[in-house]
Design a binder for this molecule. Sequence first.
Ligand code: GLV
Ligand code: GLV
Length: 326
Amino acid sequence: MTKPFVFITRQVPEESLVALKVVADVEVWPEKETPVPRELLLEKAAKAAGLYTMLSDKIDDELLNNAPNLKVVANLAVGFDNIDVKTASEKGVAVCNTPDVLSDTTADLTFALLMATGRRIVEAAEYVKEGKWQNWAPLLLAGTDIHHKTIGIVGMGRIGSAVAKRATGFEMEILYHNRSRNTKAETELGAEYVSFDDLIERSDYIVCLAPFTEDTKDLFTYETFKQMKSSAIFINASRGGVVVEEDLIKALEEKSIAGAGLDVFRQEPISKDHPLLTFSNVVALPHIGSSSVETRHEMAALVSRNIANVLKGDKPEAIVNEEVLG
Ligand code: GLV
Ligand code: GLV
């Protein structure tokens, strides 16, 4: 009997595919960094039972409507805004993601970005490498404190909570805003639930970890940045689409805020000519939130199990649209 066909849109760790290969015929797009061309993705989707996808692959209605055998789309990410979940559900296609396994790693990166931006770590390291360090000076590359400051977390899910936990070690006051109350974060981490406006006005560090949805699209506008303290630092580790980038640029130009640490952008990858890169108080990273070797291997293994489980008719560990399981 022929096994169902699974197409993987990028090279992933080989050992993470062992379990999947037992139940499926697997083909891997053989590039590590270049995305699979759209035409080829459509061609493969047309005959695939499973797609193993990256957040840079657009899994839209055009693709889903021309994939008669498709049973599962499994993303190597916790976010799944690249997938048209509504259409997938209508077609009975399971959509899977990789929550939990990446929460601590992504929180580490988010906190590192916060610290790097607050204490001007990247700027200072470049200063040394460029041979600019001639003298010690009292306020040389003086940054802003992290300990005992107020952190405002927008999106208090698993990653947000893990960031809050790190903030407790720095004795920060923790505010959060979320669609729903997170009582665990309130009782265990002392986080205070506040309105979005309160959070924006009171926080020294505003950290966005909210998923990208219709509700969070363009959430951070010029008005939002104007509302922040002029000493505030904005950190985004969710999706670029939550920020109106021209507005952030304007706010930085006008010094309405003190800096920004960004792991995500509206259009990724950004080029070196992106206007946000002209600011010395912006730390920009190439969307590496969950990128530790350990976690990327765990994520890859989870994606494989998700696909294998759906193909075997079992419940996958992480599914976004459980209703399709019937
Ligand atoms: C990364 O951004 C993810 O959604 O896992
Ligand atoms: C989102 O799913 C999160 O884990 O924060």
